[in-house]
Design a protein around this ligand. Structure first.
Ligand SMILES: Nc1ncnc2c1ncn2[C@@H]1O[C@H](COP(=O)(O)OP(=O)(O)OP(=O)(O)O)[C@@H](O)[C@H]1O
Ligand SMILES: CC(=O)N[C@H]1[C@@H]2OC[C@@H](O2)[C@@H](O)[C@@H]1O[C@H](C)C(=O)O
Length: 413
């Protein structure tokens, strides 16, 4: 079955992504031509299927490790598999094609837990360590659900899923993974390009001028929209799930005292490779922050202005601490291209521009450079799946800290 697909010059692939914002499923139908490493990809159709409210609530309840249980986890793994399969049919239909016209699916799944502890476990063993030796090693773990076998069964085509665990098994953070495809699609001969994704979490990729794959580095910058989304949800009693266009934040004033405290979070002092998630900046974090804000009589507008400034600050701080010096030596970065839902928040973009332009960096959005911001991550998982089908390495060691190259993605035939 795979030989037949591998022999095709052009593969039609559906990439699926549902991110840390838990807003829905992004599906991208693409055509990939030539070698998976050529980066020759054409977007045929894109669709976003928002999660029904009750599904969103069920996913969010899984983030609460004190109350979530294995029964819910098992159920949601299959339910999400069904919803992803439905999303495949939907984007194929939108493209005016039939399911049989697609060769395979690449599905990220839904992250429900991410614990990127540095792995001290010996990678290859001549003999398995004793129980006491094993207990003294630490290892990272991560969990993405949305069963690939269900997607393959419903669609009748192979599905590549569960990418992150292979990188973690060789000591990597298992995140971020999109830099691999950004290297294939965005690198430039004449300038250094910075790609900032602002989803639930923010992450940056540095593509040095004329870089080789080994020179690319990337890491999570901290919260993207997660804290802003959480605060507006609490301030409006669940009426609003995000600050459309950043309009609420635009009316507020930044609370400097609170911002300073937020900036002192330990995550920002950690050196890359690093990745984060809801475990650090999720419900517990923004609920505590909300209570603190209420105690200090901070208005919703000022709260949103402060959280928006915090995200902008985390991007500038990441640049100053971990990128600037290296890139000045090389030739200096000249472009920061912003993607993800945060790129539609005009107040946030304005704040990032104010902070980054003094470094001589032009701030653009994915749309400004001719790409589709919404489709980017779904396209990336189609490309990562294309490598997996071809048996090609698709992790980036410098980005994740993995000890060796691996082929990420499990194939359900
Ligand atoms: N028009 C808009 N105005 C302001 N913010 C917006 C707008 N549209 C989307 N967003 C923000 O973008 C978020 C969704 O972003 P995105 O889909 O990139 O996240 P994700 O892929 O779930 O996250 P991650 O990349 O961390 O996995 C929303 O929760 C919201 O905060
Ligand atoms: C564990 C996990 O799901 N991480 C996500 C999250 O959302 C953004 C950032 O944190 C990034 O590290 C990653 O997603 C993108 C798709 C990535 O792997 O590149």
């Amino acid at each position: 079955m795979l030989e037949h697909i591998r022999s095709k010059k052009t593969r039609r692939v559906v990439g699926l992504m549902s991110g840390t914002s838990v807003d829905g499923i992004d599906s991208a139908l693409v055509e990939i031509t030539g070698d998976p490493m050529d980066g020759n990809v054409k977007l045929i159709a894109f669709e976003n299927n928002p999660f029904p409210e009750e599904v969103k609530d069920m996913i969010i309840s899984l983030f609460d490790t004190k109350h979530a249980n294995v029964e819910q986890l098992g159920y949601m793994n299959v339910l999400l598999g069904e919803l992803y399969a439905k999303a495949v049919f939907s984007v194929v239909h939108k493209a005016g094609l039939m399911i049989g016209d697609v060769d395979f699916v690449g599905s990220h799944g839904q992250t429900v837990y991410h614990h990127p502890e540095i792995c001290t476990f010996p990678l290859e063993l001549k003999e398995y360590p004793s129980d006491s030796q094993r207990d003294s090693y630490s290892f990272g773990y991560t969990m993405q659900i949305g069963e690939g076998a269900v997607i393959a069964a419903r669609t009748g085509i192979p599905c590549v899923s569960d990418f992150r665990v292979a990188d973690m098994a060789v000591g990597g953070q298992g995140a971020p993974l999109v830099p691999f495809t950004e290297y294939l699609l965005y690198r430039k001969k004449d300038k250094t390009v910075l790609l900032q994704n602002i989803g639930g979490i923010g992450n940056i990729t540095v593509l040095p001028k004329s870089c080789s794959q080994e020179e690319v580095y990337a890491f999570d910058t901290g919260p993207g929209n997660m804290i802003m989304d959480g605060l507006i949800h609490l301030f409006t009693n669940g009426e609003k799930s995000y600050d459309i266009g950043g309009e609420v934040a635009a009316r507020g004033q930044v609370n400097k005292g609170l911002l300073d405290t937020m900036c002192r979070n330990i995550y920002f002092a950690m050196k890359p490779p690093k990745s984060t998630g809801r475990e650090l900046f999720g419900k517990e974090y923004y609920t505590n922050l909300f209570h603190k804000m209420r105690e200090q009589n901070i208005s919703m507008e000022d709260a949103l202005a402060t959280a928006t400034e915090f995200t902008a600050w985390s991007i500038e701080d990441s640049y100053r601490q971990f990128i600037m010096e290296k890139e000045i030596k090389r030739s200096s970065a000249s472009q920061l291209i912003i993607g993800g839902g945060g790129s539609y928040n005009h107040t946030l973009i304005g704040k990032i521009k104010l902070r980054m332009e003094p470094f001589g960096i032009e701030v653009l959005t994915q749309e400004d450079v001719g790409f589709n911001s919404d489709a980017k991550e779904a396209v990336a998982f189609a490309m990562l799946a294309d490598c997996a089908i071809a048996g090609k390495y698709n992790n980036m060691q410098l980005v994740t800290g993995a000890c060796k190259p691996v082929v990420m993605g499990k194939i359900s035939l």
